[in-house]
Write a new protein. Structure first.
Length: 409
């Protein structure tokens, strides 16, 4: 792969995740302060990610894989996203905001697969080349948080009170427009499937991989993956609100520490995987979920602030040790014929079904422990996902029989 193409792909990844990190982290705080949204309404807004993940395979399977170049669809979707983001920045009530964020996520979620397709199509050795491109996405997410906190201080207590978090949508709108236009300059990525070939719902959703669930071990893993997404949704939906109500300055920058830890623990994953095996790696990831929520429940922004920092930093273990390990396990169990279908199915089940349930539950628990406007009983809120993660931990520990899983770097 040419260096010039590598830099093109890296810039594409940078903007792709700069866009996501530039508004998704602070969404809960924006909704509560700017639009006076309830916990249930905040859950509805975050659930658009899951609806986007459910609808995305149809867009990719019916359009991108069959009729148009991936880079062109990527450009069109991000230009649509730029318009929707601008409209979101000027929204004044949740009723007007919700259709916009739903439309945006339906447009955005397919782009996660499209940027991968464009990248892989140019790579001669994806195992070595893709991580060097994908890491720029993590850098983009982190930089978005740093800009919000340090360059503009939109997440300061004073500026939040003045409604300035709406500027995050404007920033992302500009970035989306840039990526939309830039996408048309990317290397050509033609459709993968012949135009005359019929598309079935089974192919698009990866339903042919359902046969994997006949294996009891994989069924336990599959169910555990869906269930662990419930505490995961608590983190994404409530972390910004929690830090803001705890009076943590530069909260968006602190939240981006979780993405920084993803990079570190991604490097440690192969070592841990080879030394301790698949089951212990996943259990370690689940234990990290329990620990982080206990730290959130009993930490504070004063003398126990270090507990909040450790809880955020555990995100790398929580995510990498469970979800990345799970993708490896799914890949080895699926075999060459249904690898793509199996990955599509586990993604649909986790980011679609699992997190859809998780966002709803987080909204209900948030409203249950609302003391007054923008004031929650956070100890009670965080104990729920801690206990839920503990239950999933016990289910997996008891029901899953250890087996050797090959990890190839």
């Amino acid at each position: 792969m040419k260096k010039s193409i590598q830099w093109q792909l890296s810039f594409m990844m940078f903007l792709e995740f700069f866009i996501w990190g530039g508004w998704f982290v602070t969404l809960g705080t924006f909704l509560g302060n700017n639009l006076s949204a309830t916990g249930a309404e905040t859950a509805m807004a975050y659930s658009t990610q899951s609806w986007g993940a459910i609808i995305a395979p149809f867009i990719i399977g019916l359009i991108a894989d069959r009729f148009f170049n991936a880079e062109r669809i990527l450009g069109v979707l991000h230009l649509i996203g730029a318009i929707l983001m601008y409209l979101m920045s000027v929204s004044t009530d949740f009723g007007g905001f919700y259709p916009l964020v739903l439309g945006y996520m339906i447009a955005y979620m397919p782009t996660l697969a499209l940027v991968n397709s464009v990248s892989f199509n140019q790579m001669t050795d994806p195992a070595k080349q893709f991580p060097m491109v994908r890491v720029f996405g993590t850098i983009g997410w982190i930089l978005a948080g740093l800009i919000i906190s340090f360059a503009f201080a939109w997440d300061s207590m004073e500026n939040i009170a003045q409604g300035m978090l709406s500027n995050t949508f404007l920033m992302v709108s500009i970035a989306s427009a840039v990526l939309g236009l830039f996408s048309f300059t990317l290397p050509k990525t033609p459709p993968k499937v012949a135009k005359g070939e019929k598309a079935t719902v089974s192919d698009i959703l990866g339903l042919e991989a359902l046969g994997l669930l006949k294996n009891k071990n994989y069924l336990i893993f599959f169910l555990s993956s869906v269930l662990i997404c419930i505490p995961l949704a608590f983190y994404y939906q409530l972390i910004s609100v929690f830090l803001t109500e705890s009076k943590v300055e530069n909260s968006t920058a602190w939240a981006s520490l979780g993405q920084l830890s993803e990079v570190l623990f991604m490097l440690l994953l192969p070592v841990f995987f080879k030394r301790y095996g698949f089951k212990k790696t996943l259990l370690f990831g689940m234990f990290a979920w329990m620990l982080r929520y206990v730290l959130f429940a009993f930490g504070n922004s004063g003398d126990l602030f270090f507990m909040l920092v450790i809880g955020i930093a555990l995100h790398g273990i929580c995510y990498d040790f469970f979800f990345v390990s799970g993708q490896i396990y799914t890949d080895t169990k699926a075999g060459p014929k249904i690898k793509s279908a199996a990955q599509g199915l586990i993604t649909l089940a986790t980011y679609g079904l699992g997190m859809l349930i998780g966002f709803w539950v987080a909204g209900q628990i948030g409203d249950m422990y609302l003391i007054s406007e923008n004031n929650h009983s956070w100890e009670n809120i965080w104990i729920f996902p801690a206990l839920f993660a503990a239950a999933v931990f016990l289910l997996f520990a008891v029901m899953f029989k250890d087996e050797k899983v090959e990890y190839k770097e």
